[in-house]
Design a binder for this molecule. Structure first.
Ligand code: B1M
Length: 232
């Protein structure tokens, strides 16, 4: 590559740098994203602004192109990995500066199911949107969900299933919450390729999320309603 083609991130002004970070995130360039985050920090940007304006902004573009079939899973995983690199730098600083926490979610893939790529993407996008996410992994029996809900006291429970044989297990979890009188304490969001809106309604979930971007929007929506209820 010739010198002329090299972009020196530190020589860009703030707007150009954020634009460039959108491109670098899109291209899954983790080291460049980490460098961009560090430059913005050196320039006095607040960690929360870097997270929302540079990283989440870039991930939103990735999310749209993923939804529209322009980007595919390998590219999205690379972008997610680049974003993780930037987030790892910001995470301790965000905790220090007390960035507003939008809400908390426990998420896991249901019993019998080991697919986790979609769940991981949802968790990352939720974190990127300012949620605290506790990921309990794959193959979770109802006991794991109950334990995590009790220990973590989240606002939202998220469940993922990719198999037609495992998706009915979501109903087992929701029915158990009902039996134990816990159902109203949490917003339950479900997702996964074989699900649809009717299924979400039939099992008693609060929402079916077609993709990670929808999960973030729904979660934000439920949180703002919850805050309004508390305020009213
Ligand atoms: Co599997 N697999 N797989 N697989 N696999 C599917 C799901 C399948 C549709 C492939 C096919 O046959 N066409 C099929 C299911 C058929 C069915 O049930 N109708 C299938 C099968 C049959 C199997 C096995 C049984 C194969 C076998 O062993 N004979 C086996 C089952 C293992 C098990 O779980 N017990 C199996 C295994 C595997 C791998 C291990 C090889 C691998 C998983 C690796 C991993 O996850 N770490 C794998 C993969 C990669 C797939 C496909 C190809 C891709 C899934 C994926 O990651 N998609 C898949 C085919 C497909 O879906 N096209 C397939 C990308 C991901 C970003 O999308 O997960 O849909 P998705 O997540 C989206 C949304 O759904 C939503 O947001 C995400 C991001 O936008 N979302 C949520 C998901 N979870 C959410 C939770 C939320 C909100 C939104 O909570 C709030």
């Amino acid at each position: 590559m010739s010198d002329e083609e090299d972009i020196v991130l530190s020589e860009l002004n703030d707007d150009e740098l954020v634009e460039q970070m959108f491109d670098d995130l899109y291209d899954g360039l983790k080291e460049e994203i980490e460098e961009g985050v560090n430059i913005l920090l050196e320039r006095g940007w607040m960690p929360y602004d870097i997270l929302t304006k540079a990283l989440v902004g870039g991930m939103t573009i990735v999310g749209h192109d993923f939804r529209d079939g322009i980007l595919f899973v390998p590219e999205v995983l690379l972008a997610a990995n680049a974003m993780k690199g930037g987030m790892a730098i910001l995470k301790p600083l965000l905790a220090e500066t007390g960035a507003p926490r939008v809400g908390k979610m426990v998420i896991g893939t249901v019993k019998g199911d080991i697919h986790d790529i979609g769940k991981n993407l949802v968790a990352m996008m939720m974190e990127g949107a300012g949620f605290e996410v506790v990921d309990i992994g794959i193959n979770n029996p109802v006991e794991n969900y109950l334990e995590a809900l009790e220990n973590e006291q989240p606002d939202i429970l998220g469940m993922s299933a990719l198999l037609t044989t495992t998706m009915p297990y979501m109903k087992v979890v929701i029915d158990t919450l009902v039996e134990q009188g816990l159902r109203d304490e949490y917003t339950v969001l479900v997702g996964g390729a074989p699900l649809n809106e009717e299924f979400g309604k039939a099992i008693g979930a609060d929402g079916y999320c077609r993709d990670a971007a929808v999960a973030v929007e729904m979660a934000k929506d439920f949180m703002s309603r919850k805050h309004n209820q508390l305020a009213g």
